[in-house]
Design a protein. Structure first.
Length: 277
């Protein structure tokens, strides 16, 4: 808002000045109209919450997951297409991407959590962790890049959002050696892609949650000798005294996919309930 004094009256006149680019003037609730977004691990947890939030915001969403059964819940939902996808299979990635006419945004949500310190880690766990948490993002970005470039040229921008974690280069957490190393790598990958493509209108950011109450977390808790104690320990490390809900993470991803974040790139967004304070 800019205040101007009239030359003929001692009254203030107000001129409205938009803080958003012209192509970002959309209703907040429909901020993704006209965009096509590809999401991995969309079958449950953060991926599912984000798929629903993006479709509600007007996007056409291609929801993918390695588990076809988890995708059945989207049947009949407007603006959501589903495909089975193993993000550790490069040929599978290319086949799915080639089906999609245009891609304005990519959300790399697939990942795995390994527990344990360095002395307990195995080479196999290390390879699995890096293949799913890092290499899969590398392959997904590589496969979608030409369509993201087309989107940036034709519609003024494109967005890549990578799932990282507050457990990374941001914060060391006990018994998360492999996981923390992979998520630190994701942050480095994100910043590198952002630097290489910023001039082409492609933005790349990372989302770094704390502990989120998802089916994946439930599986890890139930695998412990004392699941009740394990859940209490997860909650105890949260300064807010509770776990995050997947629906609390999704709005940040929607924002990063929208034109409202048009000046944001190369950033690692913590959404952690205060863990990194």
């Amino acid at each position: 808002m800019r205040m101007m004094m009239s030359s003929s009256h001692d009254k203030c006149q107000c001129e409205n000045i938009s803080i958003y680019p012209h192509n970002a003037k959309k209703e907040i609730t429909m901020r993704l109209i006209g965009k096509t977004i590809l999401i991995t691990a969309a079958g449950q947890g953060i991926g599912r919450a984000t798929t629903l939030a993006m479709a509600k915001a007007g996007a056409v969403v291609w929801a993918t997951d390695i588990n076809a059964d988890l995708l059945d819940s989207y049947r009949g939902m407007a603006n959501i297409h589903t495909r089975t996808l193993d993000v550790t299979n490069k040929a599978n990635i290319n086949n799915v991407v080639n089906e999609i006419p245009a891609i304005d945004g990519l959300f790399n949500c697939a990942g795995i959590v390994h527990a344990g310190s360095i002395i307990e880690a195995t080479d196999t766990q290390w390879d699995v962790g890096f293949n799913l948490n890092v290499r899969a993002q590398f392959w997904m970005i590589q496969a979608t890049l030409s369509k993201l470039q087309d989107s940036a040229q034709q519609r003024g921008g494109a967005s890549i959002i990578n799932m990282a974690s507050v457990c990374s280069s941001i914060k060391g957490l006990p018994n998360r050696f492999i996981y923390g190393a992979t998520k630190a790598a994701v942050i480095g990958l994100t910043k590198s892609v952002a630097a290489d493509y910023v001039a082409q209108g492609i933005r790349c950011n990372a989302v770094c949650p704390g502990t989120v109450d998802t089916p994946s977390l439930h599986e890890r808790i139930n695998a412990q000798a004392d699941p009740v104690l394990a859940r209490q320990q997860f909650i105890a490390r949260q300064p807010m005294g509770r776990l995050a809900q997947a629906e609390e993470i999704a709005p940040l991803v929607v924002f990063l996919a929208s034109d409202e974040s048009a000046f944001v790139t190369g950033q690692a967004y913590t959404i952690d309930g205060g863990i990194a304070i």
